[in-house]
Design a protein around this ligand. Structure first.
Ligand SMILES: [Zn+2]
Length: 442
């Protein structure tokens, strides 16, 4: 379909374009943790969650990064004297960080991280663990912030965990995308690092983004230079075709360091790859360009009139930009077969018309749209869940007890891998014991 400079490319499977960035020193060397590991203490939970699932969510986030096959990195949870603290802040959130869901601090020396700290803004944001509509998902935000701890910076791909903008209701940050995995495996490869394509190589964000160095794959290792379509970039000179663009939803990037754009391409020079969308949303000399991470729209005006006047171009539950319709009740979604209004809270927040997937609770999932419940739990593997029990710990795998890595257990309860958490599943009853430490409010 082509109209008004807009081409729609729809395929069954996505070609996930990769573009990641990493933290680097003034010599252009990436910072890393010694021995590819960091110890972590969860200092406190959220004041908004009282059943302990906030701590489970963070533990799951730690495991998500520790379980990347091609990366040797591991977080180790400790009860005291950690290298990295994770903490919720419920009062006196610093004014200069207004609007931030969370912040990650890293202490650096030479090419090494010495310590780190993650602060989550419990003061200003509604946090939850159940995949509730209009609530920020703790596990998703924890996975993102822990990615910064590893040394990753932001990616331009909107469906990736290391994208710079998290939204209410979104749980897709729980599951790593190719960008995130490629970044972790660049920093902490199990075997000696070797690249095969430009997208295996990072943009180095030097001195917290004061300058940036783009790298490409040069005979198996990454060298400074220009890169192909879809790679992260900060300036036009980073790209082979001298065009570094950004999604209009994030104005002023890439000029606004530290958020990267992507090496774009004029629609009349390439067929937009699957998972890209051609749009004239930016006024560029080359005309319309292909945008990554978009499945059907860039601007609201791209949405068909058949969807009604409440259709907008927004990030869907899997992180991709596509047309979705706001709604108050199910009748508002009549235009879409099988859809119901999800997340509506009249007078407070609009819902979205969604068509649930066909996977039942406990079936492995990649993203929420596959699930009947429209919630895909975290961890690896992930399972469709119903909101009341979205950790791998309670997802049935083979009908028997499973531990908190989702592995089958033979009898009894597991106390590994976390020294702070024991989980067992007997029938449908989840039991857990933990030593919970909560910082007491003054
Ligand atoms: Zn971030």
């Amino acid at each position: 379909m082509s109209a008004a400079g807009i081409n729609v490319t729809v395929c069954a499977t996505y070609w996930v374009l990769v573009g990641f960035t990493v933290d680097a020193n003034s010599s252009g060397e990436a910072y890393r943790w010694t021995n590819a590991s960091a110890s972590v203490q969860i200092v406190s939970g959220s004041n908004e969650v009282s059943d302990g699932s906030d701590l489970v969510a963070i533990e799951q986030a730690l495991q998500t990064w520790s379980n990347v096959d091609c990366s040797g990195f591991a977080f180790n949870q400790v009860p005291t004297t950690p290298q990295v603290e994770v903490d919720f802040v419920s009062t006196d959130w610093p004014g200069y960080l207004d609007g931030a869901l969370g912040v990650t601090l890293r202490e650096r020396a030479g090419v090494t991280y010495l310590s780190g700290s993650i602060k989550l803004n419990d003061q200003d944001f509604p946090f939850g663990t159940l995949g509730e509509a209009n609530v920020y998902d703790i596990e998703s935000i924890a996975v993102h912030e822990l990615g910064h701890v590893l040394g990753l910076e932001h990616t331009p791909h909107p469906a990736a965990t290391m994208h710079y903008r998290g939204g209410r209701t979104h749980t897709f940050f729980r599951n790593l995308d190719d960008d995130d995995v490629t970044g972790a495996c660049y920093l902490y490869p199990v075997l000696a690092f070797t690249c095969s394509v430009d997208n295996d190589c990072p943009v180095l964000m030097v001195n917290r983004g004061a300058t940036t160095i783009n790298t490409y794959c040069n005979g198996g290792s990454c060298s400074a230079g220009r890169t192909e379509y879809g790679h992260a970039c900060y300036v036009d000179g980073d790209c082979l075709n001298s065009l570094c663009a950004s999604h209009p939803d994030v104005p002023n990037a890439p000029a606004t360091v530290p958020n990267p754009g992507f090496c774009a391409a004029a629609c009349d020079t390439i067929a937009c790859p699957t998972g890209s969308f051609c749009s004239d949303a930016l006024t560029l000399a080359v005309g319309p360009v292909c945008f990554i991470g978009a499945d059907g729209c860039i601007e609201d005006s791209d949405c068909p009139t058949a969807m009604g006047t409440n259709a907008v171009c927004d990030r869907d539950l899997d992180g991709w930009f596509r047309c979705v319709a706001f709604c108050v009740n199910d009748a508002d979604c009549d235009f879409l077969s099988g859809a119901s209004c999800v997340g509506s809270d009249p007078g407070v927040a609009a819902g979205r018309c969604r068509v649930p997937g066909n996977k039942a609770r406990g079936v492995p999932c990649e993203n929420a749209l596959e699930c009947q419940s429209l919630i895909c739990g975290g961890g690896s593997p992930s399972y469709c869940c119903d909101g009341s029990d979205c950790t791998a710990a309670v997802m049935p795998q083979d009908g028997g007890p499973i531990d908190n890595r989702g592995n089958a257990m033979v009898g009894g309860c597991s106390t590994t891998p976390s020294p702070l958490l024991s989980v067992c599943v007997l029938g449908n009853t989840l039991l857990w014991w933990r030593r919970r430490r909560r910082r007491m409010a003054a």
